[in-house]
Design a protein around this ligand. Sequence first.
Ligand code: GL7
Length: 824
Amino acid sequence: MAATKKQTKPFDLSADNLQQRIVHHLRSTLGTHENKANDKAWWNATCSAINELVFEKLTDTQASHSKQDTRAVNYLSLEFLMGRLLSNNLHNLELFGEAEQALKALGKDIYQVCEEEPDMALGNGGLGRLAACYIDSLATLGYPAIGYGIHYEHGLFRQEFKDGHQIERPDSWREYGNPWEICRPESVQEVPLYGYVESVFEDDGSMRKVWHAGRKLKGVPWDIPIVGYGAKLVNVLRLWESKPGEAFDWDVFNAGGYVDAQSEKAQAETVSKVLYPNDSTEQGKELRLIQQYFFCACSVKDILRRFKRANGNNWDVFADKVAIQLNDTHPAISVPELMRILIDEEGLTWAKAWDVCRHTFAYTNHTLLPEALENWSVSLFERVLPRHLEIIYEINRRFLETEVEAKWPGDDEMKRKLSIIKEDGGRMVRMAYLSVVSSYKVNGVAAIHTRLVKKDLFPEFNELYLEKIVNVTNGVTPRRWLKAANPELSALYDKTVGTGWPTQLNLLKDALPKAKDKKFQKEFMAIKHDNKLRLVKEIKALTGVDVSADAIFDIQIKRLHEYKRQQLNLLHILTLYRRLLANPELDMVPRVFIFGAKAAPGYHMAKQIIYAINKVADKVNNDPRIQDKLKVVFMPNYRVSLAEKLIPAADVSEQISTAGLEASGTGNMKLALNGALTIGTLDGANIEIAEEVGDDNIFIFGLNVDQVESIKRQGYNPYDYYYGNAELKAVLDWLDSDFFTPGHPGELSDIKRSLLEWGDQYLCLADYQGYCDAHARIDVAYRDTAKWAEMAIINSACMGKFNSDRSIQDYVDTIWHLKACPLG
Ligand code: GL7
């Protein structure tokens, strides 16, 4: 066993003491009593008891940081997919055991109490969850940091299925309040919008710009304390809620326009009303631009307020104290906002203001998908943010006339190509170009992704700005994704490698010598089996389907998108089903294919794929001929808390995107960490996972990035595969029949069309045979239980690299240059 020194706990609190605190809050905060409290009240009381401890550390942290005043990072993100906080906070405070005991003494099961917490689903998928993992790691490593985002009233929609179709229902995570957040009315900010810009000439001949806003919103901050593991400090996530500005509605109100005033109020409140449910697609809607500007304006002003409190107007030190990370281009409008304030309100010269910005902002690119790159129409910008458009023009003019001209003298074509303003096909502001030009560092999120960002997305910028584009491979927090989600496996690691692994995930490697040890294999796989048994119950409860924990649990959980290729998974399922119908005695290890995925409400093909999987599931699960060898379940309402139940129970992890399109993926890391074997393409972080676990312990198939490029260059024809592969042809043709939708032939035909007539943009047919072959290898491998156990252990033990603490340390070393300031 590795030697790990016993660390002191953040709070020396007995279970008895915690019990008293919970009861105290039950009575005095919630006004109820042990005899009549329901689980929701117990959850609330437990949160309040914990909050008391957290707030104490929060105050200490804030005092200590303002005293030390070192550089802090401000992580600006339109999304923070936090999930539930109670269990995580208990683990990070190292009080989970005490709380479990305290609640038990009160007749309550802690897991059931934790189930009462609604997910904070203020994000769509990987990008938002990454932000949540990163603020956990920042706090754990003791770095001064603040997360800035939007306090959406409704997070990502709740998904239901009706006759197999996805139905969206509103999510109301804080309908009756939320115990974790604190409103900070003392830090309210005002946000101007619309209106016009006036040029004011001063007596000394100089000229000043004044933006006369047509409307004003108020941003109200809600703070959520972020407890790092071991509670070395408590940072905050500050989320802005929009309200009507003070000034405008009173006149209407006093003139008897009470109802009109109400409608203005409602309009102002729509800004933070709901999260846009698109993952990787840009919408170009006015409200979305206003959301972006709203939270950036509030955050930049808040950053400036804190800076000035400590440093006055000493702008020379601004970038020494402040780093602003743009989580994708969504917060890029904060660049012209900071320029505007520095120039128009603080009186700095352009050169000085630009120098400040260029040492402050850094930008993370999360996708190469063209439909995700944000371009705003110039006319919309001009109407909503007239002064910002002027500033962007000036940034662009100087960039083209000095930097581009110096590098490519006289090359007008290059200027057109690199212009922040796209001129052809409607004038647009390219937010990615604005971000690259304004930032001192730009990063991709996995090695291959960064290579493609340099080569395909920003090749000229990469030539112009040597060393600006760097890689920081994504990571996930092992506190949530192993310690809290998989308590049994955590306990096995505690006893095998010591208890230091939650902050030093590389320690899991110390378990590698045991990968071949029969006893260890048994323990490891018994835990997997227990987790599968728990999932069996959950599947039954949520879908009514009976599955056996002895089958292979093959899991694909992620947003529904054609590039992620859930439809390829479906083609393979249909292939197995056909083979079983042809030969019910077929020798195969029973398989349960499990899906979890939400589709953007306006994304037709994604919704079709959900429908098709549900229809196939209906048929397969009720077909006695196949003797339970095949089951298909689509878990409704996939979200963080459901992921925490699915991931520990997975045998196989599906990571099958078209090579070059999944920037990184992070579910791939969580699943492998919990002992699932990956079936995947050489895409995103899969490549780095394969490097860590070794080629023998992962099922790689399909075209790689270079092959995808070359096949596309040559002219891809899906019909070649259709006519060249009888099994593939048969399953595609099956979709045209009414076999899965009795009486309604053609209901699933769009999937076939997209894969043939519409060109199979994501090369499913090209990868089909390789994918089926890889699944056949899995079937063989699973039968050798000792070998499978060994591979599962190797996967889990080799995930050290994909710890978000490592990612954050990379950001600190190469981009932010922060100093850790843990509480003494
Ligand atoms: C994403 C990528 O698609 C995903 O591969 C990556 O892991 C994640 C975090 O970096 O970012 N980009 C993106 O726009 N969304 C993602 O999840 C929505």
